[in-house]
Design a protein around this ligand. Sequence first.
Ligand code: NDP
Length: 506
Amino acid sequence: MQAGQDTPGGSGGRAAGAPSAELAATAAATDWEYAPAPESRDIVTIAPEYGLFLNGEFTPAADGGVLETVNPATEEPLARVAEAGPADVDRAVAAARAAYEHVWGPMPGAERAKYLYRIARLLQERSREFAVLESLDNGKPIKESRDVDIPLAAAHFFYHAGWADKLEHAGFGPSPRPVGVAGQIIPWNFPLLMAAWKLAPALAAGNTCVLKPAETTPLTALLLAEVCQQAGLPPGVVNVLTGAGETGAAVVAHPGVDKVAFTGSTEVGKQIRRTVAGTGKRLTLELGGKAANVVFDDAPVEAAVEGIVNGIFFNQGHVCCAGSRLLVQESVADAVVDRLRSRLSTLRLGDPLDKNTDIGAINSRPQLEKIRDLSDAGDAEGAERWSPPCQLPDRGYWFPPTVFTGVSQSHRIAREEIFGPVLSVLTFRTPEEAVTKANNTPYGLSAGVWTDKGSRILWLSQQLRAGVVWANTYNRFDPTSPFGGYRESGFGREGGRHGLAAYLDA
Ligand code: NDP
């Protein structure tokens, strides 16, 4: 059993139902626990300090501002990074403008594609380094950064490289033009992947970029900047401004920015929309969600439970499209919840660098406080909280996988985005009731449906007011597939041909 996990009765924290006497004897005789399998962090060299990536060079902030980034699993400081102020935003936008007008904008698409292919290949070559750095800075399990974040980031660059010389044939008219300088602000939940989602389509379409990573997870964006240098990307095409919310606000408000792309909270998305209103800037917003994962009585229970677990416990639930509301048909609710509890008892929480870890650290103390507050509100409003036996590490930011049953639609845990490993379970009797409850949210990003019947999948996906509906699966991402929401989940799409539209003046 890995450090940080409780093993009541030597069961490895697995047993939510009483095992038979025979099974108990076997379990007692055999230690089924995984040996620790930590990924080495030696592959990554973290510098004590990082500058801003501006016009192809790393440079300190004009006013000398710095921020510290910590490992959320240990609270150990990792590095100090420059905090960009208004003068740095000016410099970055000027560099991006010059690169747009003189180099990148006029460059033939086939030439731009070569740089994107190079970046994609370098991401693959340096994937272990990126994965370890992402897990250190973000707290996510290495198996997720290694198998999801980094390969998908590379895939986005490969996919969009393929579009760079075919834009005239993509349905945007005979000669679509880039928009200009894109200001791009990304969150901390998928730091490198969100950078790739933003940069790859913008660059393929001929725009230049000023990217603002999140304050708590700047390191892989800075390593990506190094990859841009390694790929020989012309100076000023990509600029990375580390900093906090004020830096993001300055990028959004800068008059030299032609297009703003933002992923993050609905609250900040609304502020950005107000800032951009009336300026003529193009805007796309990818905001929060409170997705319903709908399980019908004819769904294969084992598969549905895997989908529920993936839907809400992947990346500690720090996922905008997380299936945070389980809607389960009443006749099978007890069976599904029992099976879910027993599956959750097998999850391993602990060292994000251990390859066996399923649940890593919460990204920051403020996020942990938010998860705690909303979970406490669930208790206060009368829902029933359950977590598997699970001892949390002494240092770092941790929250156990948690399931609330007895949740009603008016509870805060059924309405607000918790952005943590917390599932709210609600029930329904008829398909119509499932639709009404699923759509009873101000958000509209994603949803899941689990059923044996294809016709029901088609019917339900037309009724659900969500940008993405997964059927008998969850959290599937592919660069060819547009992703995005509507209502308070934002507007615009990322990925696929639709994602290119945001970066083109047709
Ligand atoms: P934010 O929306 O505040 O952060 C997203 C990005 O925007 C970060 O780079 C942030 O900078 C930046 N930012 C903050 N304020 C401004 C501003 N006024 N103008 C421009 N950019 C700004 O999310 P938080 O990280 O604070 O998380 C708060 C909540 O948001 C979470 O609990 C979660 O519910 C939700 N969230 C949703 C996400 C989603 O994809 N749906 C992603 C992240 C969060 P910095 O963080 O560096 O200060």
